[in-house]
Design a protein around this ligand. Structure first.
Ligand code: ATP
Ligand code: MG
Length: 423
């Protein structure tokens, strides 16, 4: 990723106007800050700053999926009706977008990819020697949601990482499932959520398993109601609370009701999709058996919106370091030749150290620059002005803090480097 950006070159502008449809912090601040652009209800474009955040999230997810052996692929958005007829979801999945196509055909616009991935993997996997294996993609999904709401939390077109596992036995599936849980915990921690806000949530498993697991972020805007055990950081989704009125880990009956945003979901499919496609493998003893499957989703765009829901204040976004579009928001107060020269030099010195810097070099009032820095939410704000240079220093302010402090100009690069490396 390119490390540097001059604000004077960035085509997007921030706005003080709160979008009329902004029903949530992520819709409001991401639009005001020029991260995303709403095209229609539930459909957004990702602009330069927003795409940087999304790509950072994607890369963290990708690293963790690769670490558990997932092989990255990219499947199409369009798929044939026949596949969906086989599984009963052409009529069974109410959010499926169906498209009339040339030659009297009909296609589905991918809402999820079991109908594509199962026959796809079947074409290459025949024997016990080919298993276990797993594939994943990071791709756009389409769902005809009744209500698109809360900015990028519930869209009709949205991003998802979907991984599919293929195993010989249920024990093998269980083993992979536990590895996936660890990878998921790593993802949510690395993007910046506090472990105590990230609930492994027991949800209904449908007909194939007792439970599936959701990853829920506790946040007021969340659509789901969960009952949390704060000792175990485990929760139960309200939809199954009738069967499960205590913490599934420790039996604690003192559960707290919270709103949650489902950022991920892992599911044991077993033979639900291998059966209709007749996906079998030849085992060591020569017998043929159905392949055992699991599916593992993370809503990468919803995750980005959830970060804003959790990390903001009345002035704007407070990005966690690992997903912030840039690390330093460098501001020069214009009108003083020396300040402009020192700010340019600092920009270059930080570049040499590999630090990602967003440089507000515009001819704008300082007040407007400070307001933008708060709205855009990068972790560290540095200000170079005639006044700071009177004491040979730079003003240093972490985003959540109200007041900055002066740091000697000669120490600032070293200090930024140290902060960048900190956990
Ligand atoms: P929900 O219960 O919120 O409708 P789901 O259970 O149907 O979601 P999955 O099919 O498990 O979702 O999809 C995997 C992940 O994709 C979800 O955990 C969520 O993070 C994300 N996701 C699902 N639907 C949407 C949507 N309409 N907009 C944005 N992200 C979504
Ligand atoms: Mg779900």
């Amino acid at each position: 990723m390119i490390k540097l950006m001059r604000y004077s070159q960035l085509y997007t502008k921030t706005t003080k106007n709160v979008p009329a449809d902004a029903d949530s912090a992520n819709a409001r601040y991401l639009e005001q800050g020029g991260f995303i652009h709403r095209e229609m209800a539930g459909v957004y474009s990702y602009l330069p700053l927003g795409l940087r955040v999304l790509r950072k999230i994607d890369n963290i997810i990708r690293e963790e999926m690769n670490a558990i052996g997932g092989q990255e692929i990219l499947m199409p958005a369009l798929s044939p009706k026949e596949n969906w007829m086989k599984t009963g979801r052409w009529d069974g999945l109410d959010v499926l977008f169906k498209l009339p196509a040339a030659g009297g055909k009909e296609y589905a616009l991918g809402a999820t990819h079991e109908e594509v991935v199962t026959p796809l993997v079947q074409d290459h996997v025949f024997s016990y020697k080919d298993l276990p294996m797993s594939v994943y993609q990071i791709q756009t999904k389409f769902r005809n949601e009744l209500r698109a709401k809360s900015g990028i939390l519930r869209g009709r077109e949205f991003g998802m990482k979907d991984l599919y596992s293929f195993d010989k036995t249920e024990e093998e599936l269980d083993e992979f499932y536990e590895k996936a849980k660890v990878a998921y915990t790593n993802v949510f921690k690395r993007v910046g959520f506090k472990p105590e806000d990230t609930y492994l949530t027991f949800a209904s498993g449908g007909t194939f398993s007792k439970y599936s697991h959701e990853y829920q972020i506790a946040a007021g805007v969340g659509e789901d109601l969960i009952y949390t055990c704060d000792k175990c950081v485990v929760a139960v989704n309200k939809e199954i609370i009738e069967d499960q009125d205590s913490c599934p880990e420790c039996g604690n009956k003192n559960l707290t009701e919270k709103n949650g945003i489902e950022v991920g979901n892992i599911f044991k499919l077993k033979t639900k999709y291998s059966e209709p496609f007749g996906f079998k493998f030849t085992d060591e003893d020569g017998t043929t058996k159905p392949v055992i499957m699991g599916c593992y989703g993370i809503g990468n765009t919803r995750l980005m919106g959830s970060l804003v829901e959790v990390f903001h204040d009345e002035r704007g976004i407070i990005w966690p370091k690992n997903v912030s579009p840039y690390f330093v928001h460098l501001i020069v107060v214009k009108g003083d030749e020396n300040a402009e020269k020192e700010a340019e030099k600092l920009y270059k010195d930080l570049e040499k150290e590999g630090i990602e810097v967003f440089f507000d070099d515009r001819d704008e009032r300082p007040g407007a620059k400070f307001a933008d820095a708060d709205l855009m939410g990068m972790p560290l704000r540095l200000v170079v002005s005639k006044r700071t240079l009177e004491s040979d220093s730079v003003e240093w302010k972490l985003r959540p803090e109200a007041e900055g402090e002066n740091v000697p100009l000669k120490d600032v690069v070293k200090k930024v480097k140290a902060l960048y490396k900190e956990d």
